[in-house]
Write a protein that binds this ligand. Structure first.
Ligand SMILES: [Zn+2]
Ligand SMILES: [Zn+2]
Length: 134
């Protein structure tokens, strides 16, 4: 959906410049120099709303990242219980480490991964022991 600005509208940031659009979120007028879009065919946002949107997206990423880090550490520790948890831990921790959005909490994924490595060795040891002493 696109809301076209009235012909008489002026850009909220540039007085005297006629607006090409109304911001999709707050409705303030934006000229073609001010409009911000996520995609070329997306409805335009004003610079202020664009800024807010970017912050919201960033915040969301940080929250998700934090959850994956604490989760990664947890499943890393639980890897000793079951091989399936081990696989899950590898997926979560490696993905999060590669993505690298974690900042200072990345150690959680590193520790989670180390614990999983330890768990794999432990399980391999058990299996080898079981095979050799049949
Ligand atoms: Zn706006
Ligand atoms: Zn403008």
């Amino acid at each position: 959906m696109t809301i076209a600005a009235p012909v008489s509208g002026q850009c909220a940031q540039h007085p005297g410049v006629s607006a090409a659009w109304a911001c999709q979120r707050c409705g303030s007028f934006v000229c073609s120099a001010c409009e911000r879009r996520t995609r070329p065919d997306a409805p335009p946002l004003c610079p202020k709303c664009w800024e807010l949107r970017a912050q919201a997206v960033h915040q969301q990423e940080k929250t998700e990242s934090k959850r994956l880090q604490v989760g990664g550490l947890l499943v890393g520790g639980l890897s000793f219980l079951h091989p399936l948890i081990m696989v899950g831990s590898l997926v979560i921790n490696i993905r999060e480490l590669v993505r690298g959005t974690g900042g200072e909490r990345r150690w959680m994924n590193a520790v989670g991964l180390s614990l999983t490595g330890l768990a794999i060795l432990t399980w391999a040891g058990f299996i080898a022991f079981a095979v050799l002493h049949r």
